[in-house]
Write a protein that binds this ligand. Structure first.
Ligand SMILES: [Zn+2]
Length: 494
């Protein structure tokens, strides 16, 4: 029987299912005689030599590639950068936004919802605000909205490790050229610990996402389909900050500034106006303000928004760092060319030399000193002396680190120089620090109500005053912690 006539039967007996393999194997099986076997082999060789088209290997999804990744803490914080984003859209930049929390601890002016339900509402408000710019690549970390000025409290409440892993994932997913975020530091201002924590995470992710040994399971490749994410390491090129501080002097000249009054090529509106339009989504946070605006005509809106509300002020950015060079005050995208740059390990500043006996300010202040050293941010502006604004009457807590590297226990005397009417309640006097130990200590100061003169009856704050805590041993001062403290009628807890 000719093999062609047995074709259906041959295919039916073939377990592989592949027609080419089937044909070759079956020919060999059915043609035992030498001449027929040779014909079969030649035919098989002809079939195998048929050229295979090269297949393109899977690449990262271009729909999620961003030129700018914005990282902010709460829904409505994006308003700090929307005028710049409106400008960036004119330049066809792709933008992604990550919110670290859903703002579930905030107020609700629009409805009765609170806590997690409010967070769900605010997530939609933020998405709607960004949709007005056509930005839909918007994600939320699992951070819990934490009302305090202490960055370390926010990081503890969020689960620092988990939220950092999420942040690194979003950097690797969006592959940003530039990251924009809050300045990691503590200042007189709103000084929200969540804003600071967001800047801390973004900075850590800037330095870590390009390192294949960091969360390596994210970049393990498709060894098995699950649970590996098959992302790639990504080094962003620049990180810029916007400060959550009242003072502006120390940030001037540390990065580029942008007018918000120029008119968008895309919308025909000034950038500030596009930002205000987007902000209208945030009914839970500003319903009464937005209702007032809704009653105004265009001229009134422009007068109010550009004179009193800060919508018309230039936007200032602080260059955190760049791995592609460029001058400090140049445009954010100066020196940035498309493509991958090598992973850049941060340049760590050496540990400061300390005497054998020393004392210094602790808490968030010492954290930030270490943070700037660890992330190569030695030039990041920070106030000297350090500062804070607190609600008064109330309590100021001054954390201290006391180091004793000597071979014997040391008696340390702690004293405080305070403005009139302020009292040191706890933490002054004599203390023993054991040999070769580092001790944590705190001084608590009771703050009086701000003194009002008839002229400042309507003022919500007073001029900052200086507090000094001194540590001495063997008759010698071993360290001083200075703080500038402003008393206010309202401020976030320390
Ligand atoms: Zn906020």
């Amino acid at each position: 029987m000719k093999w062609q006539s047995r074709w259906p039967e041959m295919v039916a007996q073939n377990p592989s299912g592949d027609p080419l393999i089937s044909l070759g194997q079956t020919l060999l099986r059915y043609h035992k005689k030498p001449m027929k076997r040779l014909i079969g082999v030649v035919l098989l060789a002809c079939i195998s030599a048929h050229p295979q088209e090269p297949k393109t290997l899977p690449q990262a999804d271009e729909r999620y590639k961003a030129d700018i990744l914005v990282m902010v803490a709460h829904p409505d914080d994006e308003a700090a950068v929307t005028p710049y984003l409106a400008r960036a859209l004119d330049e066809h930049k792709r933008i992604a936004v990550v919110f670290c929390t859903r703002g579930s601890n905030g107020e609700n002016q629009a409805g009765a919802e609170q806590a997690a339900a409010l967070g769900a509402v605010r997530e939609i408000e933020a998405r709607n605000a960004l949709t007005t710019f056509g930005i839909s690549n918007v994600w939320f970390l699992s951070g819990k909205d934490t009302a305090s000025q202490n960055v370390l409290l926010s990081l503890a409440n969020w689960g620092h490790a988990e939220t950092l892993e999420e942040t690194v994932r979003f950097v690797r997913l969006t592959r940003p050229e530039v990251i924009l975020t809050f300045l990691p530091g503590t200042f007189i201002g709103e000084d929200h610990g969540d804003h600071q924590a967001c800047g801390v995470l973004a900075t850590e992710a800037f330095d870590l996402a390009g390192d294949p040994t960091v969360f390596p399971e994210q970049v393990a490749g498709p060894i098995k389909r699950l649970p590996f994410e098959n992302l790639r390491p990504w080094q962003a090129k620049k990180i810029y900050y916007f400060p959550d501080a009242e003072r502006e002097d120390i940030f001037r000249g540390k990065g580029p500034s942008y007018s918000v009054k120029e008119v968008s090529k895309l919308s025909g509106k000034p950038y500030w106006r596009m930002a205000l339009d987007a902000f209208r989504s945030h009914q839970t946070q500003a319903k009464s303000y937005l209702d007032r605006i809704a009653q105004m005509d265009e001229a009134q809106i422009e007068k109010m928004a550009t004179s009193d509300d800060g919508w018309g002020e230039d936007q200032h950015y602080v260059l955190g760092k760049s791995v592609v060079g460029g001058s400090v005050t140049a445009d954010i995208f100066e020196g940035i060319a498309p493509g991958v740059v090598p992973f850049a390990r941060p340049e760590v500043t050496p540990e400061p030399r300390r005497p054998d006996l020393s004392a210094e300010l602790g808490g968030p202040w010492s954290f930030y000193a270490e943070f700037r050293r660890a992330h190569g941010l030695a030039n990041l502006p920070h106030p000297e002396p350090p500062e804070i604004a607190l609600q008064a009457p109330g309590t100021l807590v001054i954390p201290l680190w006391i180091r004793n590297r000597t071979a014997k226990a040391q008696e340390i005397t702690i004293s405080a120089a305070l403005p009139a009417g302020w009292t040191a309640e706890n933490g002054t006097g004599k203390f023993i620090v054991a040999a070769k130990q580092m001790a944590a200590h705190r001084v608590e100061v009771t703050l009086p109500a701000p003194v009002e003169t008839p002229a400042d009856k309507t003022a919500k704050k007073t001029e900052p005053q200086e507090v000094t805590v001194r540590a001495a041993a063997n008759g010698q001062v071993i360290g001083e912690a200075k703080l500038r403290v402003e008393l206010r009628k309202r401020a976030l807890p320390q």
